[in-house]
Design a protein around this ligand. Structure first.
Ligand code: NAG
Ligand code: NAG
Ligand code: NAG
Length: 356
């Protein structure tokens, strides 16, 4: 804090103004992190090609503000463009901020399946922290990953990858949460070409009041490698023109656990493949064959409603008999004309699985 002293005649005002380190040149990054201000204003910064904006080793209590437009040089690489790590950190997007990946320079419709090597956009590893108000545009591939986080709220983040619809964006996942505990993603928007929200490996994950457009839906998974997901709540979301509305997927031949997952008050609109899909035979490249036993317990589908386009299927469950325990289901999804077989639906659960 720098005191600013102003005097009006005999009246003396002492106003404390929080001073900040303005990071507008990449070379000043180390100095910014060490600054006693603990407030870094990232203003119209240009990050050189192939370099990470490395906001790790932050002092506890640091505030990071994004102002103006953040841009990056172009290089093929498979690193991470921005990484933020620390405890008691606030990451704040100021009005008009834009984190612009200019992903079209990498896009070739192949995402992470080949073609140009593409960096992912942001990874955060935070504890007791808040991320708010970021406007993100056109990451080359995966946009926002929260790994090994604890007690973190991510809110009012707008992920706009609409351009990817026509310019070859692929694997542009919106939010991914892995290995985390008590993470909330709220009041966000995602327009992309892959999962709106993926994974949720960890526990006490909330995804609420979000709008997903254009992508592959809200997913738990794909699960496997012995990973567990426990206590996930997805509520009050809209999913518009995605391939799937909501889904739980575990990979064929792999182990793990999904327990206590609730999808509540979800509105689907013009979903192209599956309104709701729970499947245990997932493979990158498409689900295949018989489901693998994979415990999915205490799953609640409550007031999930809306429309699937005529070539799609309203609901599909494809899990090994005995895997599903204690499910509750109340959905109302219409429009899908494609009928498919279901497997493993717990006895006594009444909904038109796989039917029109
Ligand atoms: C969960 O994280 C939020 C911050 O997002 C915090 O306010 C809350 O106290 C945490 N809950 C628990 C049980 O630690
Ligand atoms: C999914 O979870 C795994 C295991 O925690 C993690 O390594 C991976 O990065 C996560 N994926 C996403 C997209 O978050
Ligand atoms: C299912 O949800 C609808 C809409 O929220 C509600 O009107 C209905 O009572 C619910 N049915 C059951 C069996 O819970």
């Amino acid at each position: 804090m720098k005191p600013i002293i102003t005097s009006f005649g005999s009246l003396v005002l002492v106003v404390a103004i929080a001073s900040a380190f303005e990071l507008n040149k990449f070379e000043k990054l180390d100095a910014a992190k060490k600054s006693a201000d603990k407030r870094i204003v990232i203003k119209n910064l240009v990050v050189p090609a192939g370099k990470m904006l490395d906001l790790t080793n932050l002092q506890q209590g640091t505030v990071i503000e994004f102002e103006g437009r953040l841009t990056f040089g172009y290089q093929e690489w498979d690193g991470t463009m921005i990484r933020i790590k620390g405890k008691n950190i606030r990451v704040v997007g100021k009005p008009g901020n834009l984190l612009d990946g200019e992903g079209h320079r990498w896009w070739d419709k192949r995402g992470t399946n080949g073609g140009k090597k593409k960096p992912r956009f942001i990874e955060v590893n935070l504890e007791d922290s808040l991320v708010t108000g970021l406007n993100i545009k056109n990451p080359p591939r995966h946009c926002f990953v929260a790994n090994n986080c604890k007690n973190v709220r991510i809110e009012f983040v707008n992920i706009d990858i609409k351009d990817g619809d026509t310019k070859g964006g692929h694997n542009t996942d919106g939010f991914g949460v892995g290995g985390s505990q008590n993470v909330t993603v709220a009041n966000c928007k995602v327009h992309n070409q892959d999962d709106c929200f993926a994974n949720g490996s960890g526990r006490d994950i909330v995804f609420e009041n979000n709008v997903c457009t254009g992508g592959h839906g809200i997913s738990i998974g794909s699960m496997g490698s012995g990973q567990k997901v426990e206590r996930v709540r997805v509520r009050n979301c809209q999913v518009i023109r995605n391939t799937n509305g909501i889904r739980i997927k575990s990979r064929k031949g792999e182990t793990g656990l999904v327990r206590d997952v609730t999808f509540e008050n979800i509105e689907l609109k013009d979903i192209t493949q599956y309104g709701i899909v729970i499947q245990a035979n997932y493979l990158n490249g498409g689900p295949k064959g018989d489901p693998t036993p994979f415990p999915m317990e205490n799953i609640v589908i409550k007031n999930v409603r809306g429309t699937v386009s005529s070539k799609g299927t309203n609901t599909l469950v494809w899990v090994a008999p005995g895997s599903a325990k204690n499910w509750q289901w109340n959905s109302s999804i219409t429009g899908g004309q494609r009928e498919v077989a279901c497997k493993g639906v717990p006895q006594g659960l009444k909904f038109p699985c796989g039917k029109k």
